[in-house]
Design a binder for this molecule. Structure first.
Ligand code: IPM
Ligand code: MG
Length: 362
């Protein structure tokens, strides 16, 4: 039996999680694995219920689970709240609590969706990148941080906002190992993306990555500045295998890369720890409150996230591939949600496309 903590968040969270669980229930029957779901809240939903975005109960449910499945958090209804009470704080909090330092964001384009990509098909075709984003450091967590008031030379009080972009060598080393190990199972190339022409923290990132690379003679290491990488990603995405990068650059580049696949609604992610705490799985897209409850969003990112769960947490590559193939087959047959709709395809609701995918699992 596998215990899954299901973190219900905001916006479309409930719909996409329901879909992913339908898929898991089918996997349970076909592959004879029992899943036990522990539903808890996070983000704005938790704030409404308990007055805090990340209640103790939620943390406990995660810690005692075998894997965590998260929808998405955030809603402009909470924009006026103090920073510690905002839904996003809960997401950062749970990543930190579970020590989920390695965020894997695979960017793999389905041939069937080349039409939806804003890139020319011949450029987007065959894109298959693994973004390895560090997830518990960088400006996201760096201290000192804050907004203070300071006096100017001409005696005015002005506000100053600051965050510290900071990495120590241990943090860099452990994420670099994840990237090299991932490359060993793929096309054996790591591109370290940073801003080493300007930032000291990036220079250290390079130095340590280069040191770690010596343990992986079969993997080729290259470096690229992040501004160039943003351009290269859409000019020639096929040049990349594994992209190793810090938290903020990875956040930005992964949204950019997702569009190559036709929609932000297609990209799953896995967040891994050192193995002493459960891993967490979530779509890379946000909570899209404006689309919530309308049965129109694309559940595939979350469905592929549970495929990653089967692979990384439950060591069941067979069941994981089965989901991936089910998704591909449904797309091949021309079924589409609104975000990836094209001429002559069949428009499906969130639940309809989920049922089609579920039927393919057998
Ligand atoms: C992501 C999101 C989060 C992040 C936000 C919601 C805090 O954009 O998972 O990419 O910045 O990490
Ligand atoms: Mg993001």
């Amino acid at each position: 039996m596998k215990n899954i903590a299901v973190l219900m968040g905001d916006g479309v969270s409930q719909e996409i999680l329901t879909c992913a669980i339908k898929v898991l229930d089918k996997i349970s029957k076909v592959y004879n694995i029992t899943f036990n779901y522990d539903y808890v809240s996070i983000g704005g939903r938790a704030y409404d219920e308990f007055g805090v975005p990340l209640p103790e109960k939620t943390i406990e449910a995660c810690l005692k689970s075998d894997a965590v499945l998260l929808g998405a958090v955030g809603d402009w209804r909470y924009d006026a709240l103090a920073p510690e009470l905002r839904p996003e704080k809960a997401l950062l909090g749970i990543r930190k609590k579970l020590n989920l330092f390695a965020n894997l964001r695979p960017v793999k384009v389905f041939d069937e969706l080349l039409f939806s990509s804003p890139l020319k098909s011949e450029i987007a075709k065959n894109t298959d990148i693994m973004i390895v984003r560090e997830l518990t450091g960088d400006v996201y967590f760096g201290e000192p941080r804050g907004i203070i008031t300071k006096k100017t030379l001409d005696n005015r009080n002005i506000k100053v906002g600051f965050n510290n972009m900071i990495y120590d060598e241990d943090e860099i080393r452990r994420i670099a190992h994840v990237a090299f190990k991932s490359a060993q199972k793929r096309n054996k190339r790591v591109c370290c993306v940073d801003k080493a022409n300007v930032l000291d923290v990036s220079r250290l990132f390079r130095e340590i990555t280069s040191e770690v690379s010596k343990e992986y003679n079969d993997v080729e290491l290259s470096y690229m500045y992040v501004d160039n990488a943003a351009m290269q990603l859409i000019q020639n995405p096929n040049q990349f295998d594994v992209i190793l990068t810090g938290n903020i650059f990875g956040d930005i580049l992964s949204d950019e890369a997702s569009t190559i696949c036709g929609s932000l609604g297609m990209l799953p992610s896995a967040s891994l720890s050192d193995g002493n705490t459960p891993y967490m799985y979530e779509p890379i897209h946000g909570s899209a409150p404006d689309l919530a409850g309308r049965n129109i969003v694309n559940p595939i990112a979350t469905i592929l996230s549970v495929a990653m769960m089967l692979d990384y947490s439950f060591d069941n590559a067979l069941a994981s591939d089965c989901i991936y193939h089910a998704v591909r087959d449904v797309l091949k047959e021309g079924y589409r949600t609104k975000d990836i709709m094209e001429k002559d395809s069949t428009l499906c609701t969130t639940y309809e496309i989920t049922d089609l995918i579920t039927e393919k699992i057998k």
